[in-house]
Design a protein around this ligand. Structure first.
Ligand code: 6GU
Length: 225
């Protein structure tokens, strides 16, 4: 799969794409991820991408012709591959782990279009397949949302997480939150690691973890039960 992020701020993704698990997945060629500047498709020598709103008002609006051209050109690369175009906007459908799982299995490439902080021409909606919002708060642009969506998809791809990092029984994959974790020291500032975890009794440890996960979910996220 190739994920292309269409943005006015491609450098925002530099660190995110290089580091940690996403960086490793790209190095191992499990996924290809690229950020592309919308300005490359801008109009005239000044590469204009936005203009003042019809009807008046403050701020600038991203032009439909610029974005349509960008989407069309990205779609024309590697024509054999299907392309799913997703617009990141607070007006989109609320993002969930279920959607991350669905997108991680998509048999084709994904194009993530980052909405402009001040707005985009309404007609842009006609050139995308879906709209996603990552939650009920307002970001200055779709870039961080695109990073969230990319991260949540890539980590689910086969071979991205090692056995150690496995997400088999992790929060939101099942119906519970994760059980508590501990490491050395076994006592810190009077706070002790639960005895059962030091017992070496694997069946008891599994039982304790299952019970703690359920207890924790009931207390913190009863809506998930
Ligand atoms: Cl996708 N974009 C922006 N600008 N704000 C958001 C969002 C997206 N999702 C939640 N808030």
């Amino acid at each position: 799969m190739k994920i292309t992020i269409l943005t006015l701020f491609p450098k925002m993704f530099d660190g995110f794409l290089k580091e940690s698990i996403i960086g490793r997945a790209r190095k191992n060629e499990i996924v290809e991820i690229e950020s592309v500047n919308i300005r490359d498709f801008g109009i005239g020598s000044r590469k204009q991408v936005d203009d003042t709103p019809y009807g008046g008002g403050a701020g600038m609006v991203l032009r439909v012709d610029v974005l349509e051209k960008a989407i069309r050109e990205l779609k024309s690369n590697n024509k054999k591959q299907k392309k799913l175009v997703i617009l990141l906007t607070p007006q989109g459908k609320k993002y969930h782990q279920k959607k991350a799982r669905e997108l991680s299995k998509y048999k084709g490439d994904i194009i993530l279009v980052c909405g402009h902080y001040e707005g985009f021409d309404e007609r842009i909606r006609e050139y995308v397949d879906e709209e996603i919002s990552i939650g009920d708060y307002v970001l200055t642009g779709g870039e961080i949302a695109a990073a969230v969506v990319t991260d949540s998809i890539v980590r689910l791809m086969p071979g991205v997480l090692g056995k150690e990092e496995s997400h088999q029984n992790e929060s939101f994959e099942s119906v519970t939150l994760e059980h508590p974790h501990y490491t050395k020291p076994d006592e810190y500032d009077g706070k002790k690691v639960p005895d059962v975890l030091l017992s070496g009794h694997h069946a008891e440890i599994s039982k304790w973890r299952r019970e703690e996960a359920i207890k924790r979910t009931k207390k913190r996220r009863p809506d998930l039960i």
